[in-house]
Design a protein around this ligand. Structure first.
Ligand SMILES: *[C@@H]1O[C@H](CO)[C@@H](O)[C@H](O)[C@H]1NC(C)=O
Ligand SMILES: *[C@@H]1O[C@H](CO)[C@@H](O)[C@H](O)[C@H]1NC(C)=O
Length: 354
């Protein structure tokens, strides 16, 4: 299935807009902005909009990638993420899958347009995401002394966060929204962190054919991604095969906004919180007993270095696996932003785009 998808993507890249392509592929390809391709930038900017903070990284053409700015969330930002994580927040959004969807979505679209026409963000939620983007951009511009015109963004895997929301947030702050040929239309943190930890991207991205061959030949890699910040714990068990390819369905992915670092007990003897964290870390492995165990654990977020957390994580993994997988935590705070920056830098040479 994966090979077929990539083959179609590769072919589809040359015939963007063809009516014969299946809908899922159109979903991937319709967000491609050709103008991005023509702008050969010497650096890529990536943001990560994660729980409790946003962070920005820059990847330079000489291979250096650095995180440059971190912004703690304001009131309302985390609530937006929580709301967008709920099934009940899902709604129709382009690209539409059924004939009458665009008709049914019209009232919402009209409201978006009306708000934009009077200079408001397309929705309240978009406004809060835009504020974070704007703060991050200002800090990056200060650091590198150059205007930032475009960026890529990584986000939590949120069921009700649509490409349209990110597009609107970028538009509101006057930034070009870079999209990537990834399965979900949105660059989820697992993909971005995988790239940020230097996996799944070809070595010489400027040689398009060699890069494509290298990407196509990358073997499947089962990874567990764990985000731990002041306000959230998320866990996923996913297949990666190149950083562009992520398969992370809802039943192998969970978000818990009640088990963030800030919720830990003052009294260390009170074990309820850490027991709950331990269970969450094992939950997906327990619920998917026949699924391959992870070869890597990608840690993300600014609280994963906590000693108790590390101990609980290892204990949880030991209970579910004979051997501990490789646990990556270096620069976990900005690793997804770094990955997004790396994706952004590679856009002009994207092997799947032509
Ligand atoms: C790469 O370029 C950046 C920005 O010009 C610079 O800060 C960094 O030191 C360079 N890295 C190397 C290894 O030359
Ligand atoms: C790109 O890679 C291919 C295959 O590895 C090689 O034959 C070709 O010479 C490379 N092109 C450039 C411009 O380096």
């Amino acid at each position: 299935m994966r090979l077929l998808l990539w083959r179609l993507l590769a072919v589809g890249g040359g015939i963007i807009g063809s009516a014969s392509m299946p809908t899922t592929l159109q979903r991937v390809l319709s967000v491609v902005d050709k103008a991005q391709v023509l702008n050969h930038a010497s650096f890529g900017v990536g943001f990560d909009l994660t729980a409790s903070y946003g962070i920005a990284a820059v990847s330079f053409s000489n291979g250096t990638t650095v995180t440059l700015a971190k912004v703690s969330s304001d009131d309302g930002y985390d609530e937006v993420l929580q709301r967008l994580s709920l099934d009940s927040s899902r709604h129709l959004s382009p690209p539409y899958e059924h004939l009458f969807d665009s008709w049914d979505d019209m009232p919402r679209q009209l409201l978006r347009k009306a708000r934009k026409a009077i200079g408001l963000p397309a929705s309240h939620d978009v406004g809060l995401l835009a504020k974070m983007l704007s703060d991050l951009r200002s800090l990056v511009e200060e650091e590198i002394g150059k205007p930032v015109e475009s960026a890529g963004v990584a986000t939590l895997n949120l069921v009700a966060l649509y490409p349209e929301d990110l597009q609107d947030a970028f538009e509101y702050v006057g930034l070009r929204y870079l999209t990537f040929p990834v399965r979900y239309g949105v660059l989820y943190e697992t993909s971005a962190a995988y790239a940020g930890y230097k996996f799944g991207l070809c070595s010489d991205y400027t040689n398009r054919s060699a890069c494509k061959n290298e990407q196509d030949d990358m073997p499947d890699d089962v990874v567990m991604a764990v985000l731990y910040t002041r306000t959230a714990l998320t866990v996923s068990l996913s297949i990666m095969a190149s950083a562009y390819y992520l398969w992370e369905p809802p039943y192998r992915h969970l978000l818990d906004f009640s088990l963030g670092y800030d919720a830990r007990p003052v009294n260390v003897a009170d074990d309820n919180y850490w027991d709950a964290v331990g269970l969450r870390l094992q939950q997906i492995l327990i619920e998917n007993p026949y699924y391959k165990r992870p070869a890597k654990v990608l840690l993300m977020g600014d609280c994963v270095r906590d000693k108790t957390f590390q101990r609980i994580l290892k204990k949880a993994l030991n209970q579910q696996m004979r051997e501990l997988p490789e646990i990556l935590d270096r620069g976990s705070e900005g690793v997804a932003a770094k990955g997004a920056a790396e994706f952004a830098k590679r856009i002009p040479y994207d092997p799947y785009r032509f």
